[in-house]
Design a protein. Structure first.
Length: 152
């Protein structure tokens, strides 16, 4: 039996944890999250991503390029409005990899706290490691702005 080293395992994994505080009710923040992951999704340069989300258990999250073309990102693994949204799938990675993305929302006074965890296992390209944090930051900032009333 071959036991992988800690470095080898580290090279096959990715874990990102972020917390976003939003000055808006939890229901408004959850709706803003669905909007930003779906129809209003865009790249940091403003280019539309044409994302679709089916916010039900087993629903798809995918990029729609039209004419039946696109890129499957994930399946909705769990949804419990307005406190939980969880995905499982390859996301933007086109190599042998699986990702789990969890959004947990809670109300603290007049703020909604979004706790986000992205875990991945597989052949993760260095470009993805470098760009993924900035991509999630962009989405989460747009969610915050949308929920607080100043559209991104």
């Amino acid at each position: 039996m071959i036991t992988p080293t800690a470095t080898e395992i580290e090279n096959l994994t990715l874990r990102i944890e972020q917390e976003t505080r939003v000055r808006a009710p939890i229901e408004v923040t959850f709706a803003a999250l669905l909007e930003e992951l779906g129809p209003s999704s865009n790249r940091p340069d403003g280019t539309p991503m044409n994302m679709k989300i089916e916010p039900v258990p087993g629903g798809r999250w995918y990029r729609d390029l039209g004419d039946g073309n696109g890129h499957y990102w994930a399946t909705v693994q769990s949804i419990k409005r307005p406190t939980l949204l969880e995905f499982c799938g390859p996301l933007f990675m086109s190599q042998p990899v699986t990702n789990n993305v969890i959004y947990r929302l809670s109300q603290e006074g007049d703020e909604t706290v979004i706790k986000f965890v992205h875990s991945a296992f597989g052949l993760i390209l260095e470009d993805h490691r470098k760009g993924v944090v900035g991509g999630w930051n962009h989405i989460h900032e747009n969610v915050r702005r949308r929920a607080e009333g100043s559209r991104p």
